[in-house]
Design a protein around this ligand. Structure first.
Ligand code: HSE
Length: 436
């Protein structure tokens, strides 16, 4: 049987990795897919530049529409990233009757509902394994491997850059800005690194994971997003003294009341497996009612890890080309007509424990005032740590760990603590989870 012809949008790191992988493992891929898979046309903004792969057998163009309109191809791989022109190109490929494989988390998180609807109408598939956690087959695991379970929650380290920065702050005591520059130099960070630092990249990925876990529409705009910009080296060290590690997590949980969708720095007990995922590695923990906790770990970015996911999608598409569209695995794991309208809960009704750090005047009665306020709001203290003042300073840091409370209780208590004359500036507050 002739090989399947593929068009490629983007010949950067992942594009070159995909071409190399298809070439290197050509035989095994064909034995798995039943047909060979061949990139015949690729678009890149700079066709003249040297590439990380051979393009001898590929027609290279600077016009991406030449790829999506090419009559010879049956699949388009979109690896250009961002919202536009990726959205326009993907919709046009679908309208041309082509299947799409994409690594574009931003595109799927924001426009996935529209894109999947168009794909269903055209009887083609859109695959996006590479959009979340790079080479980890997390989409496939949740969408197919755990399909017998009611997923209760999932929590993941899904941004390698943020994890690299927090790991360096922990192990080497380095400052945030210094580590970020290194992450950019090493090529981990997004084109706009604020997406990594401010949690937007993780929110894109969590949007996708939550939808396939709970069968809800993609709702990127409803996620609570916090980055790692306010986490200091001191917080990392104090957390360690109390037996915790700080990780940037995406957390989705469903309950009778609705769905929690949140991305934020989180204290995890140091014995937790997720707390020990370091550097640029990603990991996602998924709790199913039948299977219990499961953990998926691997490289969340990079040329060949991401290409591994792209090629897995290509093989899936080729295997299911002759399958009736209604009999394919649904894009969001649940039948599109059976998506749930469970509400996304506000943060005020989310329950977590807290790490608090206050800079307070070194005078009698201050701790009593703070603990009274917490008590007034029904907040129980689990641990407390007071450090001696730095040389020449007249304030001291006080660190508290609380039991679980609703966020609205903590909001009220925090406002009252910050109004105390003895409390300097804002209270630093980081949520704690034990993921039991
Ligand atoms: N900037 C992303 C990260 C790349 O650091 O995880 C992979 O999506």
């Amino acid at each position: 049987m002739s090989s399947v012809k593929v068009g490629l949008l983007g010949l950067g790191t992942v594009g070159a990795g995909t071409v190399n992988l298809l070439e290197r493992n050509n035989d095994e891929i064909a034995r798995r897919a039943g047909r060979g898979i061949e990139v015949v046309v690729a678009a890149t903004r700079h066709p003249e530049r040297p590439r990380g792969c051979s393009t001898a057998d590929i027609r290279v163009t600077s016009d991406p529409f030449e790829v999506v309109d090419d009559p010879e191809t049956e699949i388009v791989i979109e690896l250009i990233g961002g919202y536009e022109p990726a959205r326009e190109l993907v919709l046009r490929a679908i309208d041309n009757g082509k299947h799409v494989v994409t690594a574009n988390k931003a595109l799927i998180a924001k426009y996935g509902n529209e894109i999947f609807e168009r794909a269903r109408a055209q009887g083609v598939s859109v695959s996006f394994e590479a959009a979340v956690a790079g080479g980890i087959p997390i989409i496939k695991s949740i969408r197919e491997g755990l399909t017998g379970n009611r997923i209760e929650w999932l929590a993941g380290i899904i941004n390698g850059t943020a994890n690299f920065i927090l790991s360096e702050m922990f192990y080497a005591g380095r400052e945030f800005g210094d580590v970020l520059s290194e992450a950019q130099r090493l090529g981990y960070a997004e084109a706009d690194p604020s997406f990594d630092i401010e949690g937007v990249d993780a929110a894109h990925k969590l949007t996708i994971l939550a939808s396939i876990a709970f069968g809800i529409p993609l709702q990127f705009d409803k996620i609570h997003v916090e980055g790692i910009g306010h986490v200091t080296r001191e917080d990392v060290a104090y957390a360690e003294q109390m037996g915790y590690r700080i990780k940037h997590l995406g957390i989705a949980r469903q309950s009778e009341e609705g769905v929690e969708l949140r991305v934020h720095p989180t204290l995890l007990p140091e014995r937790q497996l997720l707390a020990n995922v370091d550097g640029v590695m990603n990991a996602v923990m998924v709790m199913g009612d039948a299977v219990g906790p499961t953990l998926y770990y691997g490289a969340g970015a990079g040329a060949e890890p991401t290409a591994s996911a792209v090629v897995a999608d290509l093989v899936d598409v080729v295997r299911s080309m002759n399958v009736e569209p209604d009999h394919r695995v649904p894009h969001l794991a649940f039948q599109s007509s059976a998506l749930s309208d469970a509400p996304v809960l506000t943060m005020a009704s989310v329950e977590t424990a807290y790490y608090l750090r206050l800079e307070v005047a070194d005078q009698p009665g201050v701790l009593a005032d703070i603990t009274r306020i917490l008590g007034d709001h029904g907040i129980s203290i689990e641990a407390i740590l007071q450090k001696e003042p730095a040389p020449g300073a007249d304030t001291v840091p006080v660190i508290l760990l609380t039991h679980r409370v609703f966020e609205r209780q903590m909001d009220e208590a925090q406002a009252r603590m910050e109004a105390l004359e003895a409390v300097q500036g804002r209270v630093t507050r980081i949520r704690c989870e034990n993921l039991q």
